[in-house]
Ligand binder design. Structure first.
Ligand code: 4NP
Length: 159
């Protein structure tokens, strides 16, 4: 079974590229690369074509994951056709996506990351953009464990 996962945040340079990198990393550790496609995008267009924020790149590298090659893009309505799961980092992203996907009747599942996990311990993944490097480290750790749990959940649900 193929799982197509799209992570969404506001700028696609901090949280969603981290989530993309960590989920792909856990997928590869489990040798499940042929069952998963992972991507990310932003609701906004300010950073289209840019690499992730250098603080996000560094925080991911500290946890063994290279996200330097990712480039930001903006979500497009056709993404609702292409992905099984469209996963928002926070409730603002979710509202924007609900508005965008409003007239879409495809099979995609739109959800908040926290709502996909059994016991997440958070509701929103906080936006670290205006924070300091420690905020990026905290978000990277949060997303690393969340993506590990998300992979388990997706595998369970797929059975
Ligand atoms: P992200 O963080 O949504 O996690 O990528 C942000 C990056 C840039 C901006 C806001 C949030 N911005 O306003 O440019």
């Amino acid at each position: 079974m193929m799982n197509n996962i799209l992570f969404i945040c506001l700028g696609n340079i901090c949280r969603s590229p981290l989530a993309e990198g960590f989920l792909r990393h856990h997928v590869e550790l489990n040798r499940l690369g042929d069952q998963f496609q992972v991507d990310s995008a932003g609701t906004g267009n300010w950073h289209v074509g840019n690499p992730p924020d250098s603080r996000a790149v560094r925080a991911a590298a500290e946890l063994g994951v290279d996200i330097a090659g990712l480039r930001a893009r903006q979500i497009h309505t056709r993404d609702f056709d292409r992905f099984d799961h469209v996963i928002a980092m926070d409730q603002d992203n979710l509202r924007d996506l609900q508005y965008l996907g409003n007239e879409f009747t495809g099979d995609f599942k739109l959800d908040l990351l926290a709502n996909m996990l059994e016991d997440p311990g958070f509701v929103d993944v906080p936006d670290p953009w205006y924070g300091n490097y420690h905020d990026f480290q905290a978000v990277a750790q949060q997303l690393d464990s969340a993506c590990c749990a998300l992979l388990e959940k997706l595998l369970q649900d797929g059975r």
